[in-house]
Design a protein around this ligand. Structure first.
Ligand SMILES: [Zn+2]
Length: 235
């Protein structure tokens, strides 16, 4: 068994590593949320793309219909005028103009039929895309809510772990806790590490014989190289 000071610090370290892990999870959440928001924006943009296609075709059809109305109106006018015309040449010109206008209406109507077919297809595409999009958005919303729940749980656990930490730290001499805390603040490493075959568990360098003797006595020992606290698992 390890020395009592090491066992007490290991208990504290276990809590701190858990808190560190929980905090890391919290730092990942904004990125996850951004990913979900971006995915939703992409889906919205996709649906909008299909909606715009429908709107463009609807507009083209309305424009064609309006053009047909205008031409029909001008044909009516020409017909009224032609009844009053005396000269044959002038009459023929008017008739030719009417014939050309009718031809143009015919073309517009053919195009309109194609546009109606296109519109129907585009409306189906939009409907399908909207349905798919809402299913995907539902999944994203569920994922978002899972992250909300996860965050809540993580924050609750951090609070609980911090309470346990106060208790665990209270069992250890204040100056030793301070030493440990400064090592903990260094970052990703573990402040207290085991010695294996005379090697520090933190920096993996060989400890001096004096340090090994110190550790064998069960005294508070630090690595000659990285200054982390080191202990023997079996005294
Ligand atoms: Zn070391």
């Amino acid at each position: 068994m390890a020395a009592p000071w090491a066992l007490a610090l290991l208990e504290l370290q276990k809590i701190d590593l858990r808190i560190r892990d929980l905090n890391t999870r919290l730092t990942l959440l904004p990125k996850e949320r951004r990913r979900i928001a971006d995915a939703k924006a992409a889906i919205d943009a996709e649906v909008e793309h299909y909606r715009k296609k429908v709107k463009a075709t609807e507009l083209a059809i309305r424009q064609a219909e309006s053009e047909v109305n205008t031409i029909e109106h001008s044909i009516q006018k020409l017909q009224q005028q032609s009844a009053l015309v005396k000269k044959n040449a002038e009459y023929q010109t008017m008739m030719a103009e009417i014939a050309m206008s009718r031809k143009r209406i015919g073309e517009l109507e053919t195009t309109a039929l194609e546009q109606y077919d296109q519109l129907e297809k585009q409306q189906e595409d939009l409907k399908r895309q909207t349905a798919e999009a809402s299913a995907r958005i539902r999944a994203l919303k569920a994922e978002w809510m899972e992250f909300d729940q996860l965050e809540k749980e993580v924050r609750q656990e951090i609070t609980t772990q911090q309470q346990s930490r106060t208790v665990a730290a209270g069992k250890i001499e204040k100056s030793l806790v301070e030493r440990y805390d400064s090592l903990l603040k260094e970052g990703d490493t573990t402040p207290v590490s085991p010695i294996t075959d005379g090697i520090c568990g933190n920096c993996f360098l060989k400890l001096t014989p004096q340090t090994m003797t110190h550790a064998r006595r069960g005294a508070v020992t630090e690595c000659d190289h990285c200054r982390h606290l080191v202990y023997l698992e079996d005294l």
